[in-house]
Design a protein around this ligand. Sequence first.
Ligand SMILES: Nc1ncnc2c1ncn2[C@@H]1O[C@H](COP(=O)(O)OP(=O)(O)OP(=O)(O)O)[C@@H](O)[C@H]1O
Ligand SMILES: [Mg+2]
Length: 510
Amino acid sequence: MTSSDSIGFVCGTKGDSVSFLVNKDVGLSFGQIVRIDSGERTFYARVVNSESSSTLETIEQLREAEGKEAFGPYSAYRRVDVVLFLEKRGGKVRSPTFNPNYRDKVYATSEDDCSILRLTGELEVGRLRSEDQLLGSVGINAEAIPRMMGMFGMTGSGKTNTELILNAQLIDHSPQTVALIFDFAGQLLEGKEIKPQRGLKDHPLFHSKVQYYSAKDGKMAVGLRTLTPAKLDTLFPDIQPPQRRLAWALYRHFGSDWIEKVQETYRTDGNISIRTQKVVVEALMQKLASLPHDLFPASNYTFVESALQNICKGITCLLDISGLRSEDQNRIVCLCASAIAEHYKRIWEENYEEWHKLPTLLITLEEAHEFLDPNKPRTIFSDIALTYRKYRVGLNAVTPRPSRINFDVFAELWTKVIMKTELKKDRIYLTENTPYMEYSETEIKMLDVGEALLISEPKIKFAVPIKVAHYPEYLEKRGSADYKLPDSSRLSEMDDRLKQLSGQEKLSLE
Ligand SMILES: Nc1ncnc2c1ncn2[C@@H]1O[C@H](COP(=O)(O)OP(=O)(O)OP(=O)(O)O)[C@@H](O)[C@H]1O
Ligand SMILES: [Mg+2]
């Protein structure tokens, strides 16, 4: 069978759902995209259901099963239900305005269809899956970054690999794009658990375009003198207004080294220099004492400043926060993300020209459910997801538990990479709250490692079945040479200059 042969014909239509009877020996799968040619229109649809049955009476079926009688090729059939999502008429591609006719022919998608579906993008994620074939490249655009993203899938479904692929592409597109990555498990540098093991350090631009910060080598310190009372909400989500007021009073009294001073006074005198209720003092002092000295030393250096400067220059920052206690992980993550996101916001407000020069930022947040759970204190990440689009700051929420992500935030994630998810609660949450996914609940359960459904509105308005590129293979294909530099304009400039020079030489020789 060639890709131009039809795989069946339409046997019924109703609204946007179409049924067709499949020819013998045709392989199909749930979620696969098929094309239906219908006069001047071409429709694209997804396989959502399938049933196989017999045309015979029960008694005839029994006789055939025993081999007593043969009823020929028309005794059994397979019917497949598909849902339309796209229509092409003339040169125009849009949502379906009608449906196909009875007996219209159905085809498996081919490379030609890939270009009609407009699936390519500058940040290539993988390739279109069609049954057991991989067709053209599928990617998202840089404009999708500030429209917020999510990557969901159970353990071992391929989330870390997808993070590596996307962030590697962001590094490739620096300084147009840049990434801030919070790595909770300490996997991404070396690609632990990726087989064969490859991490961001194996990316050819790692040394020029990536800065690695790790809590282990002491590079991740946040000096106490950089902590103004305004940052206490980020550090201690449960802080009460009286404690906040006390902190401001102490800050005004002691200045930037207020935390060290007040801790010293409290240690020696058993009290502090400001009169206030004892419970408030105790509560605040307890909070300050919970900041570990190695992460929060008495200094005025903060790695956040260095990360911010790197991000602004298009240098991706990989923050390995593995090994920290979970409350310290949360503190570091929130402090760093809010400083950087707020910088983008401030530059947008105060120096719009300068803001244009900032790279589009994607913040990858693993364990996103810990920061976006509606039952936990609100963090900077829900603000980023809800309001930072216009500053070109995007969030990539990565989690195996999408149902624990606050609904308002979930609705704002316009790009979603959905990988295998078995837990019913999560599957229902994904399909009920994502446009064009209402028929895909079964499919999500059946995905294999590295297989995913991709939606990236407004460009890709339907769930595209993809196979995410495997990071080790991506590196191999990409090669070590940075063939993007110098760019062609510079080369042609150099060419012109050489020509000029050789012209001058000739002149001077004459
Ligand atoms: N697209 C892919 N193609 C081929 N192999 C893949 C692909 N994606 C992931 N794998 C392999 O599957 C394994 C698990 O992948 P990965 O670590 O990305 O899963 P995960 O979802 O991050 O798991 P966890 O929840 O445990 O962190 C790895 O060995 C990886 O090499
Ligand atoms: Mg992982």
